[in-house]
Design a protein around this ligand. Structure first.
Ligand SMILES: [Fe+2]
Length: 335
């Protein structure tokens, strides 16, 4: 029977692939953002600067601190890549999300899975990078492919998981291949691209589970993600081949406004695989980029029955502005 032998979570932020002296390029976008989500409310940049003025975030976002934390993140990413290579699983289940790279407003499934034999990881041309917003083009190399590459999906295993979930009353949007994105064919979303580009040394047959964490009105709730993860765990345990399975949650933690206190609670739930904590996380906090924590919640629920325990746990809040914008990075393994 298939067995879960390794779990990990990783942030996949553009900042991880952006030199710290260029992080300010995204601050201009922060200043124009009409809805920076923080603790269940929407703010504009200047309101957050005022609200958080006592936290000394100008120091936290200074270049020396940015550089220190960026270096620490690179170390964590290297460690994750090494551990994944050492574990050498037969299958990697990746829980991720889409950010209007594959799905558009007319087609945004709450939970979708691939069941074809392959998935494309595409490169981005220098011309296209040049047209991207400041700070995004520079980071694109961290999630896009160096050159167009096709990776294996375990169609049989994925179909088994989809059928098992359907039998447990989860209605899964099934895709033989990914649709063309709103801006044309793009291959996998960056939540997956980061894993392939930065962590996977050798191609590992994968199962992609995609959650609509971001976009109203059909985001699965935290409690639903717990139920989904538990059901995926049961589907894996029921699979007849003796596969060694790894599971990965991609994204998070709080962003684009960092909230260390909220992350603390999330991390407590993740470390202890405590589904009571994770399923009770307030929905109005899990908005915007922070919603990607749901990828970790689902992962934790899959791992719950595996007997694996937390091993590595790195938390690195990467502030890019005095308003508290940036991305709190999480890197964890369960072994
Ligand atoms: Fe993301």
């Amino acid at each position: 029977m298939a067995e879960i032998v390794f779990g990990f979570g990783t942030s996949h932020s553009p900042l991880l692939s952006t030199p710290p002296d260029k992080w300010h390029l995204r601050v201009e976008a922060d200043k124009k953002n009409p809805s920076l989500e923080y603790r269940g409310k929407s703010y504009v940049y200047d309101q957050l600067v005022e609200l958080r003025k006592d936290e000394k975030l100008d120091h936290q976002s200074s270049l020396p601190i940015r550089t220190e934390r960026h270096t620490a993140c690179q170390h964590s990413i290297e460690q994750l890549g090494t551990k994944l290579e050492q574990m050498d699983p037969d299958i990697l289940i990746i829980i991720g999300n889409d950010q209007r790279e594959v799905f558009n407003e007319n087609n945004t499934p709450a939970i979708s899975m691939l069941y074809g034999d392959t998935v494309d990881h595409m490169s981005i041309s220098p011309e296209r990078i040049a047209k991207m917003p400041p700070g995004i083009g520079i980071a694109a190399q961290g999630t896009s492919a160096a050159e167009d590459t096709t990776y294996p999906i375990d169609s049989e295993f994925s179909s088994h998981v989809i059928s098992s979930l359907m039998a447990e009353n989860f209605d899964i949007h099934a895709m033989k291949s990914l649709p063309d994105g709103p801006k044309g064919p793009r291959g996998m979303s960056h939540a997956y691209g980061f894993i392939y580009r930065r962590l996977m040394q050798m191609p590992i047959p994968a199962i992609h589970v995609c959650l609509n964490t971001f976009y109203p009105p059909n985001q699965p709730s935290a409690a639903r993600c717990v139920a989904l993860g538990e059901a995926i765990g049961r589907a894996v345990a029921a699979y007849p081949k003796d596969y060694r399975v790894a599971v990965c949650g991609s994204g998070g933690l709080t962003h684009f406004v960092i909230d260390e206190e909220f992350d603390k609670g999330v991390i407590e739930g993740l470390i202890n695989l405590d589904m009571d904590i994770l399923s009770a996380l307030p929905e109005d906090y899990l908005r915007s980029g922070t919603s990607e924590i749901k990828n970790w919640i689902t992962t934790a629920a899959i791992l719950k029955g595996s007997g694996l325990k937390i091993n590595m746990q790195d938390y690195i809040p990467c502030y890019r502005s005095e308003a508290g914008t940036g991305n709190a990075m999480g890197f964890m393994t369960w072994e």
